[in-house]
Design a binder for this molecule. Structure first.
Ligand SMILES: [Zn+2]
Length: 163
């Protein structure tokens, strides 16, 4: 029987716990942000709900979508940072019927638009660090500076912070 290396095991557990706390710490931040986005969009588009789930039923056949689903799609398009991500969305994996409801499930349904290869996430996407990273990268709301190079940041340079 192989001897367990206690140091390696401790390291592994530390990293695993660190990631878990990192992901759970982001939940409230993401939900708050998505709630705000949701409210902003609601003010831009006609009031109403969908009862056929246009995305699942018609996929990319947008001309068949109802007015509500199309309005949501157009508003979310404005928030997408990369054309490549937008063009790759498989709308049959998204539930536009959930979009207009002001619930955490609705925020998650909207978030899926910005997550790459969303089909691979079985459980909630907010519990997956890869999905969260994808959301941050693809959604303009999260202003991640893709050119940031923290590792090379010289200690002699001072970062500018808001007052
Ligand atoms: Zn619809």
């Amino acid at each position: 029987m192989a001897v367990i290396d206690q140091n390696k095991l401790d390291n592994f557990i530390s990293v695993a716990l660190g990631l878990k706390f990192c992901v759970s710490g982001l939940q409230d931040f993401i939900l708050d942000t998505m709630e705000t986005i949701h409210q902003n969009i609601l003010q831009q588009i006609p009031v109403g709900f969908c009862n056929i789930n246009c995305s699942r039923k018609y996929g990319n056949g947008f001309s068949q979508w109802c007015n509500i689903c199309r309005s949501w799609k157009d508003e979310l398009h404005k928030l997408c940072r990369y054309k490549k991500q937008w063009d790759k969305i498989n709308w049959k994996e998204i539930d536009t019927i959930d979009f207009p409801h002001s619930t955490p499930d609705s925020y998650e349904a909207i978030s899926k638009v910005f997550v790459r290869d969303v089909h691979q996430f079985r459980q909630g996407i907010y519990q997956d660090l890869g999905a969260i990273t994808s959301l941050f990268m693809n959604m303009k709301t999260f202003s991640i500076d893709n050119h940031a190079n923290i590792g090379r940041y010289s200690t002699t340079q001072k970062r500018q912070f808001c007052p």
